[in-house]
Ligand binder design. Structure first.
Ligand SMILES: Cc1cc2nc3c(=O)[nH]c(=O)nc-3n(C[C@H](O)[C@H](O)[C@H](O)COP(=O)(O)O)c2cc1C
Length: 362
C-alpha cells in the first residue's frame, strides 16, 4: 500500500520529493514566503489563512507572482505548487469559494481543520472540488480514530492528516501521540475499505528520525509545524523564535491548555479543542488562581516589552509542540526540508542493518 500512496502523492504533487514533507498552515505565521520555500525544496508548503479570509486572495496573487518563473510552477500552469489551510469554524465558506473560483491558479491542496460540526466538512469538500474542477486536493486534519473514520466516510478526502497530542498549537484536548494514533487509524481505515487514502503524520515530528518513525507507523509523509517556527521565513517575532530554540524537554516545558487563548481574547474554538504552548508566567499564574482579568492585564503590559516578553519568564504566547527540545537553531525552511529528507532516508536505511544475520522472519 505504501508505494500506492506514494504514487498518488507523486501524481497530485509532481514536484514533491518522496516522502512528502509538508509545512503546517500555521495561522498568519505561514505566509507565501514560508510555503514557497518549502515547496521549492521538494516539500509541500501550506499558507496559514486560518480564520482570516482577507489574506487568501492577496497571498495567492503574491505566490503566483513569486512562482511565475519557477520550474515547479511550469510543470502545471493551472495549479499553484502550494496549499492553503483554513480553520473552518472561523471562515465563511461562500467567501472562500468565490476566491477559489476567481483565482487564475488554484492551490494544489486545501487543508481543512476544526469545523463547528464535522458535517460542515462535506460542504467544504464538495464546494472546493466543484469550484476548482478537482485541481485543489482536499486534506483534512483529524485527531482521533473515530474522527478519521467519520471523515473518510462523509468526505472521502484525498489526504488525511493524523494529528497527535504532541502537536503545537490547536488540536483536540483528548487524543494520543501518533505512536499509537497513526497505526490504529491506518488499521481502522484499511478494515473499513479506506486504506487507499494517504496518511500524513503530524505532532512531535522535528527531524529525519521523526519522519522515519511516522513512515514506519503507517504514514506516507509528515507534517511539521513547530520546527518551521524556527526559520527566518516564519512571520513571528524574534522573541518567539528564541523561546522555541531555548525550550528543552517539551513534555515538561509545554502543555495543552486554554489559558493562552483566554488571555489573548481568542474566542470561537469548539469546546473539544485546546492548544499546546511553552509554559510561561501566564500559565503558572493561572495555575495559582490568578483571575483571567488580571492575567489579561499583565499580558497586555508584557506586549510593551517586545522580544523580552517571550520565554519562560515572560508572558507572550509561544504555541509550540513537545518537540521543541529538539530544535537547536534558526535555519532556512528549504534547508530543513532537504536535511530532514536526507536524514530520514539514512535512518531508514540504517534500520535495515538491524536484522542482518538474525533469523527474524525466516
Ligand atoms: C504555532 C502553530 C500554529 C498552528 N496553526 C494552525 C492553523 O492555523 N491551522 C491548522 O490546521 N493547524 C495549525 N497548527 C497545527 C499544525 O497543523 C500541526 O498539527 C502541528 O504543527 C504538528 O505538530 P508539531 O507542531 O509538533 O510539528 C499550528 C501549529 C503551531 C505550532
Amino acid at each position: 500500500m505504501a508505494s500506492k500512496h506514494t504514487q498518488i502523492l507523486k501524481k497530485d504533487y509532481p514536484w514533491v520529493t518522496s516522502p512528502l514533507i509538508a509545512s503546517a498552515p500555521m495561522r498568519l505565521i505561514a505566509t507565501p514566503t514560508l510555503a514557497i520555500e518549502v515547496s521549492l525544496a521538494g516539500g509541500l508548503g501550506f499558507l496559514g489563512v486560518g480564520t482570516d479570509i482577507t489574506k487568501f486572495s492577496p497571498w495567492l496573487n503574491e505566490a503566483s507572482s513569486i512562482l511565475q518563473s519557477s520550474p515547479i510552477l511550469n510543470a502545471s500552469e493551472d495549479v499553484l505548487p502550494i496549499g492553503v489551510g483554513f480553520i473552518c469554524w472561523g471562515v465563511d465558506l461562500p467567501t472562500a469559494l468565490s476566491i477559489f473560483s476567481s483565482a487564475p491558479q488554484k492551490p494544489a491542496a486545501a487543508w481543512l481543520f476544526a469545523p463547528k460540526d464535522s458535517k460542515d466538512l462535506v460542504s467544504w469538500t464538495e464546494g472546493i472540488r466543484q469550484t476548482t474542477d478537482g485541481n485543489t486536493k482536499i486534506w483534512i486534519q483529524v485527531g482521533t480514530v473515530a474522527m478519521a473514520l467519520d471523515i473518510v466516510k462523509s468526505c472521502k478526502p484525498d489526504v488525511l492528516v493524523i494529528q497527535g497530542a504532541d502537536a503545537g498549537g490547536h488540536g483536540l484536548a483528548q487524543s494520543s501521540s501518533i505512536i499509537s494514533l497513526l497505526p490504529e487509524c491506518a488499521d481502522a481505515l484499511a478494515t473499513e475499505g479506506f486504506g487507499n487514502i494517504p496518511l500524513i503524520g503530524a505532532g512531535g515530528i522535528m527531524d529525519g528520525r521523526g519522519v522515519a518513525a511516522a513512515l514506519t507507523l503507517g504514514a506516507s509523509g509528515a507534517c511539521m509545524g513547530t520546527r518551521f517556527l524556527a526559520t527566518p521565513e516564519a512571520v513571528i517575532s524574534q522573541g518567539y523564535k528564541n523561546a522555541v530554540v531555548e525550550a528543552r524537554d517539551g513534555g515538561v516545558a509545554t502543555a495543552r491548555t486554554t489559558v493562552y487563548d483566554k488571555i489573548r481574547g481568542t474566542i470561537g474554538w469548539p469546546e473539544s479543542y485546546n492548544a499546546r504552548g511553552v509554559l510561561n508566567q501566564s500559565f503558572w499564574d493561572n495555575d495559582k488562581g490568578m483571575s483571567d482579568e488580571e492575567n489579561e492585564r499583565l499580558y497586555e503590559e508584557e506586549i510593551k516589552k517586545g522580544d523580552a516578553g517571550w520565554g519562560d519568564q515572560g508572558r507572550m504566547t509561544t504555541y509550540a509542540g513537545t518537540g521543541v527540545g529538539l530544535i537547536q537553531k534558526i535555519q532556512p525552511a528549504g534547508g530543513i526540508v532537504r536535511e530532514v529528507l536526507k536524514d530520514a532516508k539514512e535512518r531508514l536505511a540504517a534500520t535495515r542493518g538491524l536484522f542482518k544475520g538474525s533469523n527474524v522472519g525466516s
